[in-house]
Design a protein around this ligand. Structure first.
Ligand code: TNX
Length: 483
């Protein structure tokens, strides 16, 4: 089973399912509030299967576990198998280690059609993950319809062309790229996710990373521009004119109508303009908290002097999560060198568009979420500069996301070898679900990208760079810190 449940006791005997289709369509759980809210108990006896959850979410996870006891055909959309199926008698009690078990999906660099987002939510839920952080806007595209500012999507949702491979190579493909979600699409995505106990956390990244918005409304910036066709950090930044600040609040007003999540992403990363960075972090802090929400910012927002309490996504390397938690902020751990799924899965030269440091399946499985009361949990980040289709997203996400599910749900003593053993069965489930994961021994020929070069980084070098960039964070967290 994957993620591995806390406790499994196998008993003698088995239950025989004579009518699989009916069994599955009626499989559901009861609620017992004495169990942890996301916890459950599954009991299989010779006379039946019972699922009890601490809440509807717990019951849902119990059902996910029962599916793992059945033939992998249950992961297909339809099948022809009349049974009988035999399930061993077993008692499983389980609950997650962390409350925030997330995945950030960048739908700005490459748009992911609604249909594929729904499918991706199914895959998160199958792994008992519960947060989909949608990175909806960036220099290269604005993907969310805003009624008050239609140019954000009529102009901002597409670009002339894209870079091929890493930006150092300065190569372009001459092919337009675009797409956006209407507000009706978003309501559908949010409702679909909620049925699977996945919270959709939207992110409107600003004041840097806004070139697509600035192409649509140049008066919000400093100069005329177009939606970026290049990867990397662009210069575009929102100005702080009162009209611009008001427009941004209007946008967030529409975001709040669409997304019921407690956390709302405000970005705040990789912005050269300190004044704009502070202004927007503080304005949005007031706006969001007045509406009962909590801002979620990338760890760069801590550069803002006297930053009020907000939740921080700690991405710049190991050690930063603990320092931020010690400084009093709630944190979601997502260190790039452990959970950036755009980073290369091996140092095999066949790896498609290899960027970042090596991040193997084993590295992700060994990732330890720091145990601190203000660490809410962790998320993987799936940036999509180099994932131009859902097929490539599958390749980058799986099976590393399966390993991550275990790091946030059940980081208990198991060994990597045992994980790999369980993964062998799990890959059959992914096959049945139609997931084009990376085979354990390397990419299939059609998963390679000999046409596009990457930019591999060395781990020691990257860690040194991150240590330098995040010195200020460690000072914040020190007991006699000078903040
Ligand atoms: C850093 S993580 C970024 C993204 C890039 C990513 C590529 C963060 C807040 N910013 O804009 O897509 O690196 O790995």
């Amino acid at each position: 089973m994957l993620p591995l449940p806390r406790s499994i006791t196998v008993q003698p005997g088995s239950f025989v399912i004579n009518d699989p289709a009916t069994f599955l369509s009626t499989l559901s759980g009861e609620i017992d509030k004495t169990l942890p809210p996301e916890g459950y108990r599954v009991t299989v006896t010779p006379t039946g299967v019972s699922v009890v959850g601490g809440s509807p979410a717990g019951a849902f996870y119990g059902v996910q576990t029962v599916k793992q006891l059945l033939p992998t055909v249950v992961y297909r959309a339809a099948w022809q198998d009349d049974g009988p199926w035999e399930v061993p008698c077993i008692e499983i009690t389980d609950s997650p280690a962390f409350a925030w078990r997330g995945c950030m999906l960048d739908v700005a660099r490459h748009f992911m059609p609604k249909h594929d987002v729904l499918r991706f939510i199914d895959l998160l839920a199958m792994h008992k993950l519960n947060v989909l952080h949608l990175h909806l806007t960036d220099d290269q595209g604005w993907r969310l319809q805003i009624r008050r500012y239609p140019r954000l999507t009529s102009v901002g949702a597409w670009r002339r062309e894209s870079m091929v491979g890493s930006r150092q190579h300065e190569r372009f493909n001459g092919r337009p790229h675009g797409g956006f979600y209407t507000q009706d699409d978003i309501r559908e995505i949010v409702a679909y996710a909620a049925q699977r106990f996945v919270t959709v956390v939207p992110e409107i990244d600003l004041p840097g990373h806004t070139q697509a918005a600035l192409a649509a409304y140049p008066q919000w910036g400093l100069e005329e521009t177009e939606v970026s066709t290049r990867w990397g950090i662009s210069r575009g930044v929102l100005n702080t004119l009162p009209e611009t600040v008001a427009a941004i609040k209007d946008i967030f007003g529409e975001v709040l109508e669409l997304f019921p999540a407690k956390h709302i992403g405000i970005g705040g990363d990789e912005c050269g303009d300190r004044e704009a960075q502070s202004r927007y972090a503080l304005e949005l802090y007031s706006f969001l908290t007045a509406h009962g929400r909590i801002p979620l910012g990338w760890d760069e927002v801590l550069e803002v002097p006297d930053l009020p309490p907000m939740t921080i996504a700690a991405w710049r390397g190991p050690g930063v999560t603990e320092a931020i938690a010690s400084a009093g902020y709630e944190v979601v751990a997502c260190p790039d060198t452990s959970v950036y799924l755009d980073y290369r899965q091996s140092d095999d030269p066949r790896e498609p568009i290899p960027v970042g440091t090596v991040l193997t399946l084993s590295d992700v499985w060994h990732f330890e979420v720091p145990d601190h009361e203000r660490v809410l949990g962790a998320q993987v980040n799936l940036w999509t500069e180099h994932a131009d289709s859902p097929r490539t997203v599958d390749y980058l996400a799986f099976p590393r996301l399966s390993a991550f599910a275990e790091a946030v749900w059940s980081p208990q003593p198991s060994t990597y070898d045992m994980f790999v053993h369980r993964l062998t069965t799990h890959l059959k489930r992914l096959d049945a679900a139609g997931v084009e994961y990376r085979p354990l021994d390397g990419p299939l020929p059609w998963q390679e990208r000999p046409d596009a070069a990457g930019w591999p980084r060395d781990r020691a070098e990257r860690e040194a760079e991150l240590r330098k960039q995040t010195q200020f964070v460690r000072r914040l967290g020190a007991p006699d810190g000078d903040h």
